[in-house]
Design a protein around this ligand. Structure first.
Ligand SMILES: [Zn+2]
Length: 486
């Protein structure tokens, strides 16, 4: 038994330090914390129970928000006939290089090839054309929880995989203004969710034309800043204008009796958010989970002294039950095959917000010891009123993580007045760099090829440009946020 513990101890400490190689650190954490594993299919991941539990918490929190804003869930097929995907020209051009095809069913070649959905505008647009006849049928506010497939060359668990899980909202409206309001409502919902639930601060704004969704009129995004100074696009919301309505024939008779095309939107976030949580909060010891998405918010580790199974364990069970009744997600680690030291390291690495230690001496003193994952502070806490104290502590940790991530983001956001300064910033300590931009796709492409930085978005709160375009010195139209991105 002692041997097993020693071996496990060695395994748990095998995480590459962030400062040495952030990317290796990320992969170590994903594997060691048992969030995901590689699969026999290249580019696809298996989401393990601990990782999937995080996804379920994300789903629940988002789903409640979608429903509170009037949306309902439905499910559309995995396969899309080729002819449907081809209806919207920009859309097919944008997705064609990443599409997986089905050409055979059983022993027979298909008459028409099928696409495994990379996104569902085509199939959903086709159905909306059947369902929407009159202005009275609008708005249609449907969300789908689903998997999609995009054939990726370079993959990384959660951040970019060939198959991934997501939600895609698809709405249809009577007017252009309503569609724009919906697009922005969802973007604001995503932002509030990321900050409140994931403790991940994001910058909201509009994508440049070259970065927008294939077929959209306007794309908005939220962008987070990861621990290595790279940006992560955490969610997008698209105003599709009438482009898809025209391609799929979504027409209705208006209040004025005139036949017209609907205005549609689509929006999505994916399992990529789990990658965002890992890279926003984690440290050299592993994962740090914000309490609202932690599968175990508290892990109880009994200290095995004397006849602990008759003394400590029953008390630990009482505490667990009381915490569960108070609505806390708690796990009692009563495995006697592992030492407390091993358990401390294990749950720390797996990011559990609070560890609760209880031994014979604590029982005598009518207390437990609470250890925070984020600050590592250890505080003896009376068992009287423990549930309230734990609840407050989880809130404190949640708020503390957001504040810490926000401070990091602000600390890694700078403004560049000229291109030399800009290049120096991108080569030095990366982060967001705010710079004036003339609006030309050419300049944007040059910046990308010369520095690897892309325009993440043009933030809603961006200041008016302080000077000429950082690349070409022509008059600037906007202050854009640039960064190297995942
Ligand atoms: Zn320019």
């Amino acid at each position: 038994m002692a041997d097993t513990s020693t071996q496990k101890d060695a395994l748990v400490t095998e995480i590459t330090p962030q400062s040495q190689d952030f990317s290796a650190w990320y992969l170590d954490v994903v594997r060691r914390a048992e969030l995901a594993d590689y699969s026999p299919v290249k580019g696809c991941m298996v989401i393990r129970p601990y990782g999937y539990a995080i996804w379920e918490l994300i789903q629940q929190a988002l789903d409640a928000r979608f429903k509170a804003t009037g949306h309902v869930n439905a499910y559309f097929p995995l396969f899309i006939p080729e002819s449907l995907l081809r209806r919207e020209a920009e859309h097919v051009e944008g997705f064609a290089p990443q599409v997986a095809w089905v050409t055979r069913g059983g022993t027979e070649d298909l008459e028409e090839r099928l696409v495994v959905r990379p996104t569902s505008e085509a199939i959903i647009g086709t159905m909306y054309a059947k369902w929407i006849q009159s202005w009275r049928d609008l708005p249609v506010l449907i969300n789908q929880w689903a998997n999609v497939v995009r054939w990726e060359k370079v993959t990384r668990p959660f951040l970019r995989t060939t198959e991934f899980l997501w939600q895609e909202g698809h709405t249809a409206h009577e007017t252009e203004q309503e569609a724009e309001e919906e697009t922005l409502r969802i973007l604001a919902l995503y932002k509030e969710f990321c900050e409140t639930v994931l403790a991940m601060p994001v910058v909201d704004g509009r994508k440049s034309d070259s970065e927008k969704f294939a077929g959209a009129s306007k794309t908005y995004s939220i962008e987070g800043l990861m621990g290595d100074g790279r940006a992560l696009q955490a969610g997008t919301s698209h105003n599709l204008g009438q482009n898809f309505a025209k391609a799929f024939g979504i027409q209705f008779q208006g209040r004025d009796k005139v036949l017209q095309h609907a205005w549609t939107t689509s929006w999505g976030v994916s399992t990529r958010l789990i990658g965002g949580v890992i890279m926003t909060h984690g440290d050299d010891s592993g994962l740090i989970l914000p309490p609202r998405v932690a599968p175990h918010q508290v892990v109880i580790v009994p200290i095995p002294r004397g006849n602990w199974q008759e003394t400590v364990l029953p008390r630990a069970r009482e505490i667990r039950d009381a915490l569960v009744r108070a609505g806390v997600r708690v796990f009692l680690d009563d495995r006697d095959a592992y030492t407390p030291g091993w358990k401390f390291a294990e749950w720390e690495m797996r990011g559990v917000p609070v560890r609760l230690e209880i031994g014979p001496k604590d029982i005598e003193k009518r207390q437990v010891v609470l250890a925070r994952r984020d600050t590592r502070a250890k505080v003896p806490t009376p068992t009287d009123g423990l549930e309230a104290r734990v609840g407050a502590l989880l809130e404190e940790i949640q708020d503390g993580l957001l504040a810490r991530a926000r401070a990091f983001r602000d600390d890694h956001t700078s403004a560049a007045a000229n291109y030399d300064e800009f290049k120096a910033m991108m080569e030095g300590r990366p982060g967001f760099v705010m710079a004036p931009w003339c609006g030309s796709a050419e300049c944007e492409a040059l910046v990308k090829s010369e520095t690897q930085a892309t325009i993440r978005n043009i933030p809603f709160t961006a200041p008016t440009p302080a000077g000429p375009c950082v690349r070409c010195s022509e008059p600037a139209v906007a202050t854009a946020w640039f960064a190297k991105a995942y």
